[in-house]
Design a protein around this ligand. Structure first.
Ligand code: FMN
Length: 328
């Protein structure tokens, strides 16, 4: 008789890949609970970066990215996932209940899952090589298939509006002592299993999109032609509730993995979305009030002579995985 539920080894393999999901400051704010025939995702609010992310949007986006990573990994292992998002209004930390159905996988499923292990947040400058239009379209389609609108910011005036919001957010954060303390707490340490290690952060340049993580140790890429041809992809949603934010996290993962699969370097950017004023500015001047901005993904070709970006650390799976407790 065909199996109706993956065995625990298969679930652990998929979860090991889900742990590679990007998260704000590498906080990894997720918990997984295993039921008899289901798997459950919870948000770990003890890892909410309240001074960076007062609205909790990055928190939900990060969990959404982990959910999409899990679904992608499960698919490549022959399991389709049926996801009930925010299944219990009385338990807001319960983000998803996942059931399984055996399904054949395609070569594309394998390629997308393979991108999980090779994806890195690359904060260096990208080259002046154009990102082919077909690649941009594939990235946009991956986001749209996961329920968000993806605006490929290809007009210079609109890009200028977007960069101005980054500049203003950085200068507002520069005067926020609590924000700076949180950033210092979550970056720069080499040995920890969480946070942004020094070796993954680049020194502040003239680029307003670069966050000032502690003791940056990643050499900036040497790009002779300063006209970088990177693309800024703005992900937005038609509503701004928690479900939309969770879905936006799933879409962020889909965008990042699709770009990685195509050989592109990526960097998620959320700073101006963390402040009401700059987020409103993006909503008005970039989206013309048609949606709610959730995150920007910078996409481009990295310099071929540069060293690969090292993998960031993760917590052990057993710290975040446990049995489903009916009281939870
Ligand atoms: C919601 C969200 C917001 C993020 N915001 C930023 C950002 O503003 N700047 C940045 O350099 N990286 C940002 N990142 C990337 C994380 O710092 C990165 O995913 C984490 O350090 C783990 O590293 P990795 O992506 O290389 O695995 C963000 C990631 C997520 C999911």
């Amino acid at each position: 008789m065909p199996r109706t539920h993956p065995d625990s080894e298969t679930i652990r393999s998929a979860l090991a890949l889900a742990m590679r999901a990007p998260s704000v400051h590498n906080a990894q704010p997720w918990l997984w609970r295993l039921g008899d025939e289901s798997l459950h995702l919870y948000v770990d609010e003890s890892r909410w970066l309240r001074h960076t992310d007062p609205g909790g949007r990055d928190l939900l986006l990060s969990c959404g990215a982990a959910l999409h990573h899990f679904r992608t990994a499960a698919r490549a292992l022959g399991w389709e996932t049926l996801v009930h998002r925010l299944p219990d209004p009385a338990a807001p930390q319960h983000l998803a209940a996942i059931e399984f159905r055996s399904a054949a996988f395609t070569p594309e499923d394998i390629q997308l899952a393979s991108a999980i292990s090779t994806r890195r947040t690359d904060r260096r400058r990208f080259t002046s090589w154009e990102v082919p239009q077909a690649h941009c379209e594939a990235i946009v389609a991956a986001g749209v298939a996961n329920g968000v609108l993806v605006s490929d910011i290809d007009s210079e005036p609109v890009r200028t509006h977007l960069l101005r919001a980054f500049e203003q957010a950085a200068s507002q954060h520069a005067h926020d002592v609590s924000y700076a303390a949180e950033l210092a707490q979550w970056s720069g340490r080499h040995a920890a299993s969480q946070g942004v290690p020094a070796r993954n952060a680049v020194a502040l340049a003239a680029d307003p999109t670069v966050r000032p993580f502690s003791s940056p140790g990643l050499p900036q890429a040497v790009v002779r032609d300063i006209d970088a041809a990177e693309r800024m992809m703005l992900l937005s949603t038609s509503s701004d509730d928690r479900l939309s934010q969770l879905r936006a996290g799933e879409a962020t993962s889909a965008v990042l993995l699709t770009a990685t699969m195509l050989g592109l370097a990526t960097c998620p950017l959320s700073e101006p979305m963390e402040l009401t004023e700059t987020r409103t500015q993006i909503r008005t001047s970039v989206l013309q009030d048609t949606g709610y901005p959730q995150i920007v993904v910078r996409v481009g070709w990295s310099v071929t002579s540069a060293d690969p970006v090292p993998a960031t650390p993760r917590r052990p799976l057993d710290e975040v995985l446990g049995p489903l407790d009916p009281v939870e």
